[in-house]
Design a protein around this ligand. Structure first.
Ligand SMILES: Nc1nc2c(ncn2[C@@H]2O[C@H](COP(=O)(O)OP(=O)(O)OP(=O)(O)O)[C@@H](O)[C@H]2O)c(=O)[nH]1
Ligand SMILES: Nc1nc2c(ncn2[C@@H]2O[C@H](COP(=O)(O)OP(=O)(O)OP(=O)(O)O)[C@@H](O)[C@H]2O)c(=O)[nH]1
Ligand SMILES: [Mg+2]
Ligand SMILES: [Mg+2]
Lengths: 292, 278
């Protein structure tokens, strides 16, 4: 484990009263390696390591724990602090129905998460409506219909409509007419560099004025996470993140990268394919997972 | 990337960053950089240009060892099982592959063995229509192995050709789901000796170091004979495939470069390395 590696480093150096530049140096190398192995972005790691160096140097070495444990604690606490501190609650605002829009790359879990979120919101006592704006992926609307049917949510029937913007506008109207309080909008997966598809999201946003735009990110995403999320945030504006497939063994370093680059909180994590498999994000658990 | 004027620390840092942000992985990047430094110490590299060239060449050679297009022998039933974690692009890739193989003159049949996920069969059905190939399917929630069994019976009764089996996405950490794939393999082997002739693992290029874990687990648990890397039309470089080539020796078959039926290309080591450094 990381603590064992760091203990090994500190054991080689003669016992000193405090953590100094020299004994911190090798420790920081190990920590940097662990973070990069965990898929934390290169530059985010660089800045983070520098931050830890400043915090660790000059700290007294405590008797009750090893210097290795002490450094890991500094790192763990800082990771927790960076990724946490913000409420995981959804903003519904004063809109009626409150539109929650899910966006992200292809295959990250938006459609499944849309229904998970709808179930969560329904459990809070609100009437939830679902709509798929995905006219591209074969059977995407059928997928949302089948999943949504399991929780008895209202689902917009797009019938012959082919324009995603029109579908969203009509769905919001239908939701309003029928007294739904929240509408969860599932959008098609798209590349952040696809200008036309990003423009489509901007137009949907302009028409339905979402109370939340949530970026859905796969826990196994690598270094590219910052490029993608950065572009989505610049062009569209992201209010929060949902990290999916956290039931796997990916270390999930993208969680730190996302928070560092776009500054928006991870609100929920997907932990399985079942509709119940959505949990609130716990930064301290994520910190331990990233450190391995 | 900014060019350094001489072989100095800045050059090595620049190359280290380029490799790591391409998802080549920090440990393997360290090895590549260290071997370049060793060559510099032995005066084998005269300039930054030569150094960059040697790095590209080293990576290309690692990949070239594993570059191996799919060779389907004629006049037999050739079965391809497509596996991988959730959302990597298996179903879409099967549609593309069916279209490509049909264009190459093969008889192709698709098998909807993802009986679990909502609308998975409908999705594959749409692709079968697009590629103009037949599809074998059963009722929702049927036993996937039973669908495969039926498909093989049906294939054996017909003309030789390629049978491509779509399986449900599954995390390699889910023991019972990996067992389900093993069972599918056994049933295939019993029904048709030699089956599955190809087990294609579909990996998403946006995945980080976990891709190596996925590849290792799928290979160890059910055997993998080929790899397809999808979503290379995005900004992710898929550098993990260099590690996979080096550490696991799995043949690199195709890359996915989009969502349309002809967005499938053979894996080419040279092109891949060029794109990585672009
Ligand atoms: N294990 C696991 N699988 C998940 C999770 N969330 C989604 N999935 C699976 O991931 C796959 C992709 O999910 P989708 O909901 O279709 O993803 P999407 O983002 O809507 O895909 P596109 O619409 O094509 O962009 C499916 O097999 C889901 O069952 C999760 O938290 N854990
Ligand atoms: N941009 C891009 N998108 C792709 C590519 N391959 C697949 N996709 C998209 O990725 C998403 C998921 O594709 P699927 O074929 O459903 O993936 P899957 O592995 O079968 O998913 P599960 O069966 O749920 O595990 C879809 O939106 C596809 O259109 C590719 O090469 N490039
Ligand atoms: Mg979807
Ligand atoms: Mg599929």
């Amino acid at each position: 484990s990381l603590t064992d590696k760091l203990d090994g480093i500190f054991r080689k150096l003669k016992g000193r009263g405090s953590l100094d530049e020299e004994n911190i140096q090798s420790a920081l190398k190990e920590i940097r390696m662990a973070l990069l192995e965990a898929d934390v972005n290169f530059r985010v790691v660089r800045d983070f390591i520098e931050d830890i160096r400043k915090r660790a140097v000059g700290q007294e070495v405590f008797d009750s724990i090893t210097p290795g444990q002490q450094v890991v604690k500094i790192v763990h606490d800082r990771l927790t602090e960076l990724m946490g501190g913000v409420s995981s609650r959804l903003k519904f605002g004063s809109r009626f129905p409150a539109p929650i829009m899910l966006v992200g790359l292809q295959g990250c879990g938006k459609t499944t998460t849309a229904v998970k979120l709808a179930r969560l919101v329904a459990a809070q006592g609100k009437r939830v409506y679902l709509v798929s704006a995905d006219v591209y992926r074969p059977a995407a609307m059928e997928q949302l219909k089948v999943l949504g049917g399991k929780i008895g949510a209202g689902i917009f029937a797009a019938a012959g409509l082919q324009d995603p913007i029109e579908i969203c506008v009509q769905a919001v109207e239908e939701a309003r007419r029928n007294g739904y309080e929240v509408i969860v909008v599932d959008t098609a997966g798209r590349l952040a560099i696809d200008a036309q598809m990003m423009d489509e999201l901007k137009r949907i946003k302009a028409q339905i004025n979402p109370s939340e735009i949530l970026f859905v990110a796969d826990a196994m995403t690598g270094q590219d996470a910052v490029n993608v999320a950065g572009r989505f945030d610049e062009q569209l504006g992201i209010d929060g993140v949902i990290m999916t497939k956290m039931d796997g063994d990916a270390r999930g370093g993208a969680a730190l990268s996302l928070k560092a680059v776009i500054g928006k909180p991870i609100k929920f994590v997907g932990v399985g394919e079942k509709i119940e498999a959505l949990e609130v994000f716990h930064p301290e658990r994520m910190a331990s997972r990233i450190l391995g | 990337i900014l060019g350094s004027k001489e072989i100095d620390r800045a050059l090595f840092e620049e190359l280290e960053e380029a490799l790591i942000v391409a998802d080549v992985g920090p440990a393997f990047t360290g090895e590549l950089i260290e071997s370049l430094k060793e060559k510099v110490r032995r005066k084998e590299l005269g300039s930054p240009e030569i150094l960059r060239k040697v790095l590209r060449e080293t990576m290309r050679e690692i990949l070239l060892k594993n570059e191996a297009p799919l060779k389907i022998p004629p006049d037999q039933i050739y079965t391809i099982m497509v596996v991988g974690v959730n959302g990597t692009g298996k179903t879409t890739t099967i549609g593309k592959l069916a279209h490509q193989l049909k264009g190459e003159g093969h008889e192709v049949m698709l098998v909807a063995a993802d009986t679990f996920r909502a609308a998975a069969v409908e999705q594959l059905e749409a692709w079968a229509k697009r590629a103009e190939v037949p599809l074998i399917r059963q009722a929702p929630n049927a036993d996937p192995a039973a669908v495969v069994y039926d498909a093989l019976r049906s294939a054996k009764a017909g003309r030789p050709g390629v049978v491509i089996i779509d399986t449900a996405g599954r995390l390699h950490t889910k023991v019972n789901l990996m067992e389900e794939l093993k069972k599918m393999r056994r049933i295939m082997g019993r029904e048709l000796p030699g089956a599955p002739h190809e087990v294609l693992l579909v990996l998403d290029a946006t995945t980080g170091q976990n891709a190596v874990v996925q590849a290792r687990m799928f290979r160890d648990e059910i055997g993998v004979t080929g790899l397809i890397l999808t979503k290379l039309d995005g900004t992710a470089k898929g550098g993990v495939v260099v590690r996979i080539a080096r550490e696991l020796n799995i043949p690199l078959r195709y890359i996915g470069v989009g969502e349309q039926v002809d967005d499938l290309r053979p894996f080419r080591a040279g092109e891949f390395v060029e794109a990585l450094f672009a």
